[in-house]
Design a protein around this ligand. Structure first.
Ligand code: 5GP
Length: 197
């Protein structure tokens, strides 16, 4: 993709349970002018998750139809089971219009998007956690989870952590220090967009 984009896309990357969703929610309440696109997934909603808020929850059939219609900027099968994808139109239009766009994706999504969005319009931030045990606790805290699903997420986490260095920035989310982590992410974003306006 060689077209000139005036906005900037921030990808928040990191293992399941590293706090990406919480960071984005906190940014969302503070920076209302940024764009926070909602992805599509074939996984079941968790308790308290509503369609159109956390995700657009769709069937595998519908997801495959969207793939065939070239609706996704990227999509991936995450934790060897479900599809997740970012819709192309919303993100690209926002970037063409000069917006700051913030989206969490898994490491595969990051690698795909990196090939499509010019370097100067893309910033990746990897969220690290102290250890896998800590991560396990956080995933369990989000709600009931089958042991196999938990294991799949921990396996993915180990692979993702090994690729943290591919991202532009790494931030640490220590237990009980979410505010500090959000403030680090905020600092990166504000520094990266200071010449945008
Ligand atoms: P969860 O099921 O916990 O909401 O998400 C599982 C993983 O999928 C997380 O690492 C999350 O960041 C990632 N994810 C969420 N949306 C997307 C997306 O649109 N594309 C990709 N590639 N990964 C996503």
């Amino acid at each position: 993709m060689t077209e000139k984009l005036t906005g900037k896309l921030f990808l928040i990357v990191g293992p399941s349970g590293s706090g990406k969703g919480t960071v984005i929610k906190m940014l969302q309440s503070k920076f209302r002018g940024f764009v926070y696109p909602i992805s599509y997934t074939t996984r079941e909603p968790r308790e308290r998750e509503k369609d159109g808020e956390s995700y657009h929850f769709i069937t595998k059939e519908k997801f495959k139809q969207m793939i065939a219609e070239d609706d996704f900027l990227e999509y991936a099968v995450v934790h060897s089971d479900n599809y997740y994808g970012t819709a192309k139109t919303e993100i690209m239009n926002a970037l063409r219009q000069g917006a700051v766009v913030i989206r969490e994706v898994d490491i595969q999504g990051f690698h795909s998007i990196r090939k499509m969005i010019p370097k100067e319009s893309l910033v990746s931030i990897f969220m690290k956690v102290p250890n896998l045990n800590d991560l396990k606790g956080r995933i369990e805290m989000r709600g009931a989870i089958e042991p196999e699903e938990l294991q799949r997420r921990l396996d993915s986490a180990a692979k993702e952590l090994a690729q943290a260095g591919d991202c532009d920035y790494q931030v640490h989310n220590e237990w009980g220090k979410m505010k500090a982590c959000v403030s680090d992410v905020e600092g990166i974003i504000l520094e990266e967009i200071k010449d945008l306006y």
